[in-house]
Design a protein around this ligand. Sequence first.
Ligand code: U87
Length: 273
Amino acid sequence: MEGEAPQRGAAAMAACYQRFDPAAYLQYNYTPPRADFQRGDSIVPWKLGCLHRAFRDGDVSGDLLVDVGSGPTLYQVLSACELFNKVILTDFLEVNRKELKLWLQDDGGCKLDWTPYLQHVCALEGRRPSEWTQKAARLRQVVTDILPIDVHRPQPLAHDALPSAGADCLVSSFCLEAASPDLASFSRALGHIGGLLRPGGHLLLIGALEESYYFGGPGVRIPVVPVNEAQVCDSLKQNGFTLIRLEVYTLPQAMRVGVDDVTGVFFAKARKN
Ligand code: U87
């Protein structure tokens, strides 16, 4: 039973992740149709729009931002990097941290070209798409670390990884539900990452709605805990967050491409009490 051995489910999840394939994962989720900057209803532009608006509101500020469960992706910090002087990326898997380091070192070998993403976010910010090289340079300058993390530990990062006050802002996209065997584990993990944030700091949480699995590579079926909007809101409240804004995206048929069974995506902006 959950409660008696919360470790067991988490260990089974960790085992599933050993065959995660960053190149295939990027191909499934971060190329068209899911990342089609020409169409209005594509999922990646929707996520980038939410993140852009969350930072444009003007209430999010500080020095240090931590992205929890970055995976092999950078899109989730393309708006944030203009506001924060330090950005820490984190992931459970070394293959993903390696992929991020490849981009940071700018020596080639990346499995995905982030240029259209950089151009799109520049356009959202009212800059010329050609300014993407400046944004890339800014991101390379502010990412100070790429660290291992485990959201199932009460202290998800190494004890000295953050200043004692905690981070000023957390971003986490599609991590908690994809790392947790059940709702109790999801909610505990949210509490654990909340511990990384200073009181009054902001959390931008993106996740899948009602998803039960996704493919992390060919034949690599990873179970996901299905969550709904009400459960996400409850879990935020129970873990000491005040919800500021919740946006929901329903996947059009064209985005259901056989790599998961997700039906929607939520974007929550919340403040730690
Ligand atoms: C992203 N943030 O793509 N502790 O947004 C910490 C862990 C643990 C653990 C595993 C999920 C896939 C979501 C990145 C990566 C997110 N990864 C790490 C996927 C599922 C819906 C959907 C998806 C993606 C693990 C895009 C779109 C949709 C991965 C990360 C989860 N289906 N982190 N204990 N266990 N992880 O290494 O990098 O979580 Cl559009 Cl709809």
